[in-house]
Design a binder for this molecule. Structure first.
Ligand code: MEV
Length: 441
């Protein structure tokens, strides 16, 4: 069996069978690896829940669960759960939260919560006939999916509108039904896709039965939600008099600090190379909250980056102004999040995260998440335009290397002092430890 790298029927094997095949075929020390991978298993009941989220699971992959306290958002203070593997992110969010807590906190507003689904199809006939029939089509389709929408409508959601859009000339005879939804406190992906698929069937039926439309063929290509949700957007801001915007270190005036922050944002608005990194910093915060609350971070990233390129160029998601000696820093971002449905109620830690946030509704969660994104962006820029990012990063990096090299507490304390003004690298730390540990030293 060893060296046999492909397999038929893998998914049918038991979990132990899968694990056995993996360790025997891909690892030099199967027994050791088997033992290690099994050590990450949870007790049966908990494990069953996790295994239900995916397929072919053989073990669990842990990520740190941290918290950023002192987030004052719309007058309420939150302790925000964050799941992230990158050092410094939670520290940066916490520090920025504290900074703005004493300056009025974050003001957040959900602009709207509209979501989008599309039914793509070909119609070989006269598109103007389709357009003429749209009021009737809309009425029929909404009626036909009523049963699927009842529960959602009770919660304040449902289908909002249906429009016909042409994809011609790029897609000959190509069209789409552009369907908008509100999904209350759920992210709504399953609801939207289920409704779209039923609408697609009913749409074809309508076209085949309609006097004017049945002369030409209609063929559905696909029905799926769009992760571009520019109308499901939240805006969050912080502001303070320039006088109160104190910079880290002593050499920089508050006005100079404000100007440096402002310019950093302007660069990210103009230059896609900088914008990508700038927005990545924002998503350091956003993804961590999205993950902790059991939401779909790929959907949130897709929406955010598409929105960042909405005018044809990829730009900063955050903005900054200095007017009448008032510093204002804000972020506008699409966030399609849920606090019910999906993983939010199934994943035990997602449930605890939401409980820690005092069970927010979807809009409140979007406000909190956006605030963490803005805090992260502020913290990154504050470091970048003053002391540089590496100072903080390297301290963490150094601690990580020291821990990996099994340094004692005393050695760690000494190393932190020693490396205060020196470049940190794996090699340099190893050499340092070798020296301090050698008997001659
Ligand atoms: C690192 O994960 C994120 C930053 O690069 C963001 C930024 O440059 O603004 C520090």
């Amino acid at each position: 069996m060893k060296g046999e790298k492909s397999i038929a029927g893998f998914s049918k094997l038991s979990k132990r069978g899968k694990l056995k095949w993996i360790v025997e075929n891909f690892f030099k020390d199967p027994e050791l690896v088997m033992h290690e991978l099994k050590s990450y298993w949870l007790p049966d009941e908990q494990q069953k829940i996790l295994d239900g989220f995916s397929e072919n699971t053989i073990t669990n992959f842990h990520l740190p669960f941290g918290v950023a306290p002192n987030f004052l958002i719309n007058g309420k203070t939150y302790c925000v759960p964050m799941v992230i593997e990158e050092s410094s992110v939670v520290a940066a969010a916490s520090s920025a939260a504290k900074y703005w807590q004493s300056r009025g906190g974050f003001q957040a507003e959900v602009i709207d919560t509209i979501k989008v689904g599309q039914i793509h199809f070909w119609y070989q006939g006269d598109a103007s006939q389709l357009q003429l029939q749209m009021p009737k089509i809309k009425q029929v389709l909404v009626e036909k999916v009523r049963d699927l929408c009842l529960a959602m409508e009770k919660r304040g959601g449902g289908v909002v509108d249906i429009e016909l859009k042409s994809l011609a000339p790029q897609i000959p005879n190509g069209h789409q039904l552009f369907v908008t939804f509100r999904t209350a406190d759920s992210m709504g992906a399953n609801f939207i896709n289920t409704v779209l698929e039923k609408m697609a069937i009913e749409f074809v039926r309508f076209c085949q039965e309609d006097e004017a439309l049945r002369k030409a063929e209609v063929e559905i290509l696909m029905s799926i939600l769009s992760n571009h949700t520019p109308e499901c957007r939240v805006r969050v801001e912080v502001s303070c008099p320039v006088d109160s915007l104190s910079a880290p270190g002593q050499d920089l005036s508050n006005a100079a600090f404000a100007h440096r922050l402002y310019t950093a944002v302007q660069i990210a608005l103009e230059d896609p190379f900088r914008a990508a990194t700038h927005n990545k910093g924002i998503f350091n915060g956003i993804d961590a909250v999205v993950l902790a609350t059991g939401n779909d971070f790929r959907a949130v990233e897709a929406a955010g980056h598409t929105y960042a390129a909405r005018d044809g160029q990829y730009r900063s998601l955050s903005y900054c102004s200095i007017e009448d000696d008032q510093f204002r820093f804000g972020l506008e971002i699409p966030l399609a999040l849920g606090t019910v449905g999906g993983l939010t109620n199934l994943h035990p830690m997602a449930r605890r995260s939401l409980e820690m946030l005092e069970n927010p509704n979807a809009e409140e969660l979007a406000a909190i998440t956006a605030a963490v994104g803005l805090a992260q962006n502020f913290a990154a820029l504050r470091s970048l335009v003053t002391v540089g990012i590496q100072q903080g990063h390297m301290k963490m990096h150094l601690s990580n290397i020291l821990q990996r090299l099994e340094a004692t507490e005393k050695e760690i304390a000494q190393a932190l002092l020693y490396f205060r003004d020196k470049a940190v690298s794996q090699q340099a730390v190893r050499e340092y430890l070798r020296l301090v540990r050698s008997p001659q030293t």
